[in-house]
Design a protein around this ligand. Structure first.
Ligand code: BGC
Length: 336
């Protein structure tokens, strides 16, 4: 009886070993995204899936439509489908730590993609330097204002408070603005968070600032191109578009077109093509049981998470061609 049980156990573990080997030869990656609304996330998904396929991996993609409960459910379902690795861009960096714990219990490594997941044991974080994004935005506006006699009056539109990146963008802006606020060279006229990163919420913030302060501001530090679009809509209605400096990030097509037409001043180009490739390669490595080499870490409240970073660049009308267009992100024709 004992030997039968042993034989059974041996057969089961052999089968498991064969299955694991097979799955590593053609790994399955679970990609859980917050949403696909902004243009960039569709690119992230398409490039990630294509690169993973080139490397012999299959990707199951889920998009949670900015809903934490749905993203938790998406991840639970990817776990139960037995993926080899999970790649997650969380809607809410704090809420998604529960999902990482479930993945851990199932022995599945988790990589955070572009947005950090807080207070849990993630294997890797593949990202852009979000603090630097905020620094580039504030530095561009301050640089353009230059030695103007008057202090620079700024309206700040932050991103979604549930997104750890939004806090980092603000932090980066604060790094540049703090000494200038202290010396009185910069004044904050109004500031607020655009819930869910929605352009219409950014527009409301802009409308409220105009209602309260009239035309008494010189620049809008909008956290991304989507919120910049909302703010510019409000500026257009007041005849102010093109007269106020407006920042953004993502190099969305609409954002780049506004830059060329003069209603938006700058964006931060984050080459998602490179990030998605980097992440797909790292995910396949993790699925095959090796850990990609890293040189940096970021504290997520639980541990210093190993990080892989991609470079970013500040873009305005002057260097649009040599950056966004030269890299093939948008064609010159699209920007006419
Ligand atoms: C990303 C930005 C994006 C924003 C809204 C942030 O986490 O870093 O690139 O514009 O989310 O989706």
């Amino acid at each position: 009886m004992k030997s039968l049980a042993r034989l059974l156990l041996l057969t089961v573990s052999l089968a498991a070993a064969v299955a694991a080997f097979a799955s590593r030869a053609k790994p399955v990656i679970g990609l859980s995204l917050d949403k696909l609304k902004e243009e960039r996330w569709q690119r992230d998904r398409d490039l990630f899936v294509a690169e993973a396929a080139k490397l012999g991996a299959e990707v199951i993609v889920q998009s949670a439509n900015s809903d934490d409960t749905r993203q938790l459910r998406d991840i639970e379902s990817l776990i139960s489908r037995g993926v080899d690795v999970l790649v997650v861009a969380p809607h809410n960096g704090a809420a998604m730590s529960r999902a990482v714990k479930s993945a851990h219990e199932a022995g599945i490594p988790v990589m955070a993609y572009d947005r950090l997941i807080l207070n849990c044991d993630i294997a890797l974080y593949v990202t852009f330097d979000s603090v630097k994004v905020g620094e580039l935005q504030a530095a561009w506006v301050v640089g353009r204002w230059g030695k103007n006699e008057r202090p620079l009056r700024v309206v700040r539109i932050f991103g979604a408070p549930t997104d750890n990146n939004a806090k980092q963008f603000k932090q980066g802006q604060d790094n540049i603005l703090a000494p200038l606020l202290q010396s009185g060279r910069v004044q904050i006229v109004a500031e607020d968070w655009a819930l869910e990163w929605k352009p219409e919420n950014a527009k409301k913030i802009m409308n409220a600032a105009i209602a309260k302060h009239g035309h008494g501001f010189d620049a809008v530090l909008a956290a991304n191109d989507g919120t910049a679009g909302g703010a510019i809509q409000a500026l257009l209605e007041e005849g102010l578009a093109g007269k106020i400096l407006v920042t953004g990030q993502d190099a969305d097509l609409a954002g780049c077109q506004r830059i060329m037409r003069g209603t938006q001043s700058m964006t931060v180009y984050k080459p998602v093509s490179r990030l998605a490739l980097l992440a797909a390669r790292a995910a396949v490595e993790l699925a095959r049981g090796t850990t990609p080499a890293t040189t940096a870490t970021l504290d997520n409240g639980f541990k210093k998470v190993p990080c892989l970073y991609e470079e970013i660049v500040s873009v305005d009308k002057d260097n649009m061609l040599s950056t966004v267009v030269a890299s093939g992100f948008h064609s010159a024709d699209q920007l006419k």
